[in-house]
Design a protein around this ligand. Structure first.
Ligand code: 5AD
Ligand code: SF4
Length: 439
């Protein structure tokens, strides 16, 4: 009889890819994926703790499984991801949800098969959270679910300790995978037909800092030199480490997308300092100028936080003016979320919720109007789109251009994984609509 697994993923791209690794482990044990959690023999929650709402969301969903577990006593519930890695959280989870079978950390994800077998062998709740940095596992066999896109981890952890951020505490110190393993993985993915490779790390620019292996720009060049038609992306870059050498490499390789995610977080020097970002507004703008000098058409995206402790109305207006000045092609915007254990959690002058709400609304309005303006410029142009998916509700295929702009279009045949010329007919805020142009 078939056995099924269901994975619920919270948070960022890093977690989405880690869920692919979890899926790889579960399928090696003979489980198949299922859509509905009710049908699962194993339900895994891959959690995130970067903001309080992601954490609450996971707690809520795990709580809802109590009834199902009471009916399906053999079902295994496993909770992994960053949330479990916070000091004391595994115990809280265990006390609150005694019916959870396995609690495992981010550093020991690749031992999940062992934990499942232990639990099935009669061991009581398995709680395994490795502290420290975790080994680099080069033998992952992810079950990739996002063809034609494939993600490759190049670094794990972070050394930056931005004052608001929990990541360095739950993901450990920065460590880099060996370049030969990364390049071999990219080669085999391209040979398998993947068309877009995204290199992942909390700060890809510091790849191999302090080691004798190649630098990030050299890694990008080596991967871009692999034969075949594909796109190469990377995320995330820390502005303090973004170099002219990297901009030159992007400019010199057609396969590297002219689309860089460079989180600025705030436009105010006082806030940037309190955030421990280690660059000023002026230095950030200088980096953008350098990037644009080499890659004039580069689409720049960013992350922004409003409501950081002590942020004044003037600080916030500095963020708005930076957004206007840089002209980001899009941005992820967040309300500051207090994370216990971080430096900012103990800062005075936490910003009231209504002030943060008002600021995020104003910021989102500005970003949306920038994005709309840029989308409108596409109308009438023909762009190369990599088709990524089919939207059943709309009955349309969709994909992105190299700048990351999404376009929808019709096709009578399955074109997922193909590069297509699409003539843009209309723009709807962030996305475009057009039709395939046959050559
Ligand atoms: N509150 C709000 N946003 C945060 N981020 C990280 N930590 C927090 C926090 N405590 C945002 C940053 C980062 C992105 C991945 O998440 O903008 O770049
Ligand atoms: Fe968090 Fe800063 Fe590291 Fe990014 S660079 S993961 S925001 S500490």
């Amino acid at each position: 009889m078939d056995k099924f697994y269901h994975i619920t993923t919270y948070g960022c791209q890093m977690n989405v890819h880690e869920s692919e690794k979890i899926a790889g482990i579960l399928s090696s044990l003979g489980y198949k994926s299922c859509e509905n959690i009710e049908d699962a023999d194993i339900a895994v929650f891959n959690t995130c703790c970067i903001r309080e709402n992601a954490e609450n969301h996971a707690f809520g969903n795990i709580g809802m499984l109590k009834k199902l577990k009471a009916k399906k006593r053999d079902m295994i519930i496993a909770v992994g991801g960053c949330l479990t890695q916070q000091i004391g959280k595994a115990d809280i989870l265990h006390k609150k949800f005694p019916y959870v079978d396995i609690i495992f950390g981010t550093h020991n994800l690749n031992k999940l098969a062992e934990y499942i077998l232990k639990r099935q062998g009669g061991k009581k709740t398995v709680i395994e959270i490795e502290q420290g940095n975790g080994e680099i596992c080069e033998e992952d066999k992810p079950l990739r679910t996002s063809y034609p896109n494939a993600w490759i981890n190049i670094t794990y952890g972070c050394n930056n300790f931005c004052s608001y951020c929990i990541v360095p505490y739950v993901r450990g110190r920065e460590r880099s995978r060996r370049s030969e393993n990364i390049i071999a993985e990219a080669k085999s993915l391209i040979a398998e037909g993947y068309k877009e490779i995204t290199l992942l790390g909390q700060n890809v620019n510091s790849y191999n800092n302090g080691t004798d292996d190649i630098s990030f720009p050299e890694l990008l060049t080596s991967i871009a030199n692999i034969n075949g038609k594909f796109r190469l992306r990377f995320m995330t870059s820390h502005p303090k480490d973004f170099s002219a050498e990297l901009a030159e490499v992007i400019a010199g390789n057609a396969k590297i997308c002219n689309n860089v995610h460079l989180p600025v977080q705030s436009g105010s020097n006082a806030v940037l300092k309190a955030m421990n970002r280690r660059y000023t507004r002026e230095e950030y703008i200088k980096k953008i100028e350098t990037l644009k000098k080499y890659v004039p058409d580069c689409a720049i995206t960013t992350d922004l936080i409003v409501g950081f402790p002590g942020e004044t109305e003037q600080d916030f207006e500095d963020t708005l003016s930076l957004v206007r000045e840089v002209g980001f092609s899009s941005a992820f915007t967040f309300v500051y979320s207090k994370r216990n254990g971080t430096v900012a959690a103990n800062m005075e002058n936490q910003i009231p919720e209504d002030v943060s709400k008002d600021r995020i609304m104003r910021l989102v309005e500005l970003i949306n109007s920038n994005t709309r303006e840029q989308s409108l410029k596409y109308v009438g142009r023909t762009v190369e789109i990599l088709c990524e998916d089919y939207d059943g509700k709309r009955g349309l295929y969709l994909g992105r251009d190299e700048y990351g702009r999404m376009a929808y279009f019709e096709s009578s045949t399955n074109v997922i994984g193909e590069f297509l010329n699409v003539k843009i007919k209309s723009a709807n805020g962030v996305s475009l609509a057009g039709e395939i142009v046959k050559d």
